[in-house]
Ligand binder design. Structure first.
Ligand code: PGA
Length: 249
């Protein structure tokens, strides 16, 4: 299966900065058969990004969407609006939304159903906090997040899981290869037990301080189907170096 290298820009980039970054990515990227590339700018940059990416095979995604289809929901953005802006993907359940915005698993499950119902491919994020890992509860926490935020009738063709240990996000601390291998193996087993053959084939991204210097090692771990990249996706050289890490063995 193709690896997916996804850039999560978070709350970064003004219009001019976003244009520069996207043009830099387009100018230096060589399309290939074994990996896909996706960028997820903030909502405010999706229109421009879609215009710039139109002639490329770089995919466009958003970082969140509403659980509601439309109407009186001040400040929210619907899945239909994202489709209209050329998005193929949406990230849901990112730990920053779970912890800062206090999104519940139940709300994330509703968002997932709405987004998939409108034809978006969902990247569902899960991951434990430092204290959970120290208490040896990392698997229990991730399993609970999957039990509660991934509905049994999710469309598996439109689903990618991202395992992002919260303590490794934006901290420069990467999980060890052994940690990643253990958790990706665990999530793969969970998905195959819950969803059968289709579940076992779901792509599982790793996220948390992925950078050019560790990407190749991470991307070659069993059951790692790609990377969800935050900080290093804000710079074209770093982001593309991670993408190229897919091809080095
Ligand atoms: P990071 O963020 O690469 O800056 O650690 C990853 C993420 O939060 O998706």
């Amino acid at each position: 299966m193709k690896k997916l290298i996804a850039g999560n820009w978070k709350m970064n980039k003004t219009t001019i900065e976003a244009k520069d970054l996207i043009q830099d990515i387009i100018a230096n990227y060589e399309a290939c058969q074994s990996a896909e590339i996706l960028i997820c700018p903030p909502f405010t940059q999706l229109y421009q990004a879609n215009e710039l990416l139109r002639e490329t095979n770089i995919r466009l995604g958003a970082q969140d969407c509403s659980n509601q289809e439309g109407g009186a929901y001040t400040g929210q953005i619907s899945a239909t609006m994202l489709k209209d802006l050329g998005c193929s993907h949406v990230i849901l359940g990112h730990s920053e939304r779970r912890s800062i915005i206090k999104e519940s698993d139940a709300l994330i499950a509703e968002k997932l159903k709405t987004a998939q119902g409108k034809g978006l491919h969902v990247i569902l994020c899960v991951g434990e906090e430092d204290k959970d890992r120290e208490a040896g509860k990392h698997k229990d926490i991730v399993q609970k997040q999957l039990d509660m935020s991934l509905p049994g009738d999710a469309i598996l063709d439109s689903l990618t899981i991202a395992y992002e240990p919260v303590w490794a996000i934006g901290t420069g601390k990467t999980a060890t290869s052994a940690d990643i291998s253990e958790m990706h193996g665990f999530i793969n087993k969970y998905l195959s037990e819950r969803f059968g053959e289709m579940g076992s084939r779901l792509r599982i991204l790793y996220g948390g301080s992925v950078k050019p210097t560790n990407a190749n090692e991470i991307l070659n771990i069993d059951h790692v189907g790609g990377a969800l990249v935050g900080g290093a996706s804000l710079n074209a050289d770093d982001f593309l170096a991670i993408y190229r890490g897919v091809f080095v063995n």
